[in-house]
Design a protein around this ligand. Structure first.
Ligand SMILES: Nc1ncnc2c1ncn2[C@@H]1O[C@H](COP(=O)(O)OP(=O)(O)OP(=O)(O)O)[C@@H](O)[C@H]1O
Ligand SMILES: [Mg+2]
Length: 165
């Protein structure tokens, strides 16, 4: 399948939240979002907003969504499926992915994975890459690029349109 990309300017944290809310209805069990970008780029902020949006849609109460920096994985009930939020920064190698149970979770949960380069060969072919970047001129905000199989991006495009207009 051909790869495709979409790019969006997120001028402030509220825009990151709004984008996560717009994306939520298009995501479900078996989707894997790989969250790239340097320290502080907004990977956890996006995951937090997405978990909150998914739980709200499912009629579930808000829950704290801490960074999984030290636990490596935090799991959440999103109603019809689980959400696994992982931060692999401290993982030593691909064996750790198995130990965490993340390879199995990628089949039936919605997985949000920070520092996903640690996945190595465990990276699912259908994964969608979200890259958060600082604007080049030191301006506020973030630039977000989505890349992945064309069919997956077609599914997410309406959320882009909602935020970009
Ligand atoms: N669109 C945005 N514009 C400006 N600031 C933003 C935007 N989105 C999120 N932020 C802010 O950027 C910071 C992102 O921190 P966060 O912990 O999410 O980074 P991270 O990418 O997960 O870093 P790490 O690699 O350490 O896990 C937060 O302070 C958040 O409020
Ligand atoms: Mg983080």
């Amino acid at each position: 399948m051909a790869a495709d990309t979409l790019t969006l300017v997120l001028p402030d944290p509220a825009a990151t939240d709004a984008f996560a809310r717009a994306l939520a209805p298009a995501l479900g069990a078996g989707d894997t979002l790989l969250l790239h970008g340097p320290v502080g780029a907004g990977k956890t902020a996006f995951a937090r907003a997405l978990v909150t949006a998914l739980r709200t849609r499912a009629g579930l109460p808000p829950e704290d969504v801490p960074s999984p920096t030290f636990t490596l994985v935090q799991t959440y009930d999103a109603g019809a499926f689980e959400v696994w939020h992982a931060d692999l920064y401290r993982l030593s190698g691909p064996d750790g992915v198995l130990e965490l149970g993340l390879d199995a979770a990628m089949g039936d949960a919605l997985c949000l994975i920070e520092w996903p380069d640690r996945l190595g060969a465990d990276r699912p072919a259908s994964a969608i890459d979200l890259t958060f970047a600082y604007p080049p001129d030191g301006a506020d905000g973030r630039i977000l690029t989505l890349a992945g199989p064309a069919a997956a991006l077609d599914r997410l495009r309406p959320a882009f349109m909602e935020i970009a207009t």
